[in-house]
Design a protein around this ligand. Structure first.
Ligand code: MG
Length: 454
């Protein structure tokens, strides 16, 4: 049986890969594994959400698990509600930033932490064996609708205080933050203009992934209204993206590095967690405040796990998934937007000034064709060759692919998870440094592929 869970739970085409039958079985398997008494279930705005939710809830009830129905709310609202309401497990029906025909199931434990690889493997084993715990007819679960937004709002309003009346344009992109993001910013005293704040599972306004391209309308609106900032989220609002006061999209690495530095300054040092693909500007900024950066595999669960393990002050990935561990362990878009404003206020800076302190490095990417059956072995073999080719390296890690930190940059070689490709990512202090590292590493990868073929 192929592995069902990926790095973000179960994901696939609605009613093709992810059918109601599968949703019901996944719920039943998770409830069996967690010996669950209470679960919270929510969904994003996707068209297939109701169909999958009914099936998933049915699986939980048949296990004897009571279900709190949170309705259409962001992933972080679901994860926080599961924690705050003492549930054993939380289920979010979402395909995050993927196109509208997809859907997925993200599973959280009662500590707002996404299911780990070990939990997922245990669930898959129960599923494969159909070893479900079915309740006696007298002990079936019950459903109760809840207002998860209220639970989340009271947490967020306690966590963030703003003195200034920030002029904010918010773009939920017709996704799960359509209601709560404008509501939270208004409750904090902001002047809020909302774009695409109607729930629509076809995502007609823009792609659900926030990028410089998909946020052009938001950027124009920020400029036209002379707003202080634009904020946008992905489909399930566990990611945040910013537009600065001049109407420019803020590079994800730089906002992550700037906020990480702020968190370290506030706490007087500590650990910031990010993944192997993030820019070294995260380190540059952390070092200013005596902080240390821990790098994990790509995937927000690995970032959250490391945050918990190392007692980090902050963590995130350069796709806008930011985790604030003092509140909960799920990446949280709306909360990140509010905390970002509080940081600007504390520092007395505009968005461009706050992010402008972060150095800009040069990133280069190459995809090199390599057979699927060879790609993983090849990355393993490359480790030694890379170390020989760059003898002055300062750090070497195989936490995800092979990553070599150099004095003037770094390089990462990974096998693509889905395509017959080796992906090379390079960052350099200068354009010349990035070019030199890329050329040397690319030549080495080609040489290794040729050597494998003969
Ligand atoms: Mg997401």
């Amino acid at each position: 049986m192929a592995k069902l869970f990926g790095s973000s739970g179960v994901r696939g085409l609605a009613n093709v890969d992810l059918t109601p039958i599968l949703a019901c079985k996944v719920a039943l398997a998770v409830a069996t594994h967690a010996i669950a008494k209470k679960a919270v279930v929510a969904r994003d705005t996707r068209v297939s959400g109701c169909m999958l939710e009914d099936a998933l809830v049915s699986g939980l009830l048949s296990n004897g698990t009571d279900v709190l129905l949170a309705g259409m709310v962001p992933t972080p609202v679901l994860a926080y509600a599961a924690k705050a309401l003492g549930a054993d497990v939380g289920f979010m029906l979402t395909a995050s930033h993927n196109p509208p025909q997809y859907n997925g199931i993200k599973v959280f434990n009662g500590d707002s932490l996404s299911y780990t690889d070990a939990d997922q493997d245990a669930v898959e084993k129960i599923l494969a064996d159909e070893n479900f715990a079915l309740a006696d007819w007298r002990s079936l679960g019950k459903t109760t609708p809840i207002d998860a937004s209220q639970v989340y709002m009271s947490m967020a309003q306690k966590a963030v205080t703003l003195k200034r009346r920030w002029n904010v344009v918010v773009d939920p992109g017709c996704g799960a933050a359509f209601s709560i993001a404008p509501q939270l910013l208004k409750a904090l005293g902001c002047k809020v203009t909302a774009l695409n704040a109607q729930p629509d599972g076809y995502f007609p306004a823009r792609k659900s992934e926030p990028t410089a391209e998909s946020l052009q309308d938001l950027a124009k609106t920020v400029k036209t209204l002379h707003a202080d900032v634009g904020v946008a989220f992905d489909g399930d609002a566990d990611r945040v993206a910013f537009i600065d006061e001049r109407g420019f999209f803020v590079n994800f690495d730089r906002s992550l590095a700037a906020y990480g530095a702020f968190a370290l300054k506030q706490r007087g040092g500590g650990v910031v967690v990010t993944n192997v693909e993030a820019s070294m500007c995260v380190e540059t900024m952390a070092q200013k405040y005596g902080g240390k950066v821990v790098r994990t595999r790509v995937g927000d669960i690995y970032v959250s796990e490391a945050i918990k393990r190392d007692g980090a002050v902050f963590g995130g990935e350069p796709c806008g998934a930011w985790v604030h561990p003092q509140l909960h362990l799920c990446p949280d878009g709306p909360l990140s937007a509010a905390l970002f404003l509080a940081a600007l206020e504390e520092e007395g800076k505009s968005v461009s000034e706050f992010v402008g302190e972060v150095p800009e490095y040069i990133t280069m990417r190459e995809n090199i064709v390599c057979k699927n059956e060879q790609k993983y072995k090849l990355v393993e073999k490359l480790s030694d060759a890379l170390k020989d080719a760059f003898p002055a390296y300062t750090d070497f890690s195989t936490v995800d692919g092979a990553r070599l930190a150099l004095k003037n940059g770094w390089l990462l070689v990974r096998a693509s998870g889905t395509e017959p490709l080796i992906r090379l990512t390079v960052e350099g202090e200068s354009p010349q440094a990035a070019k030199d590292i890329t050329q040397k590493a690319t030549a080495l990868i080609h040489k290794q592929i040729e050597a494998n073929q003969t």
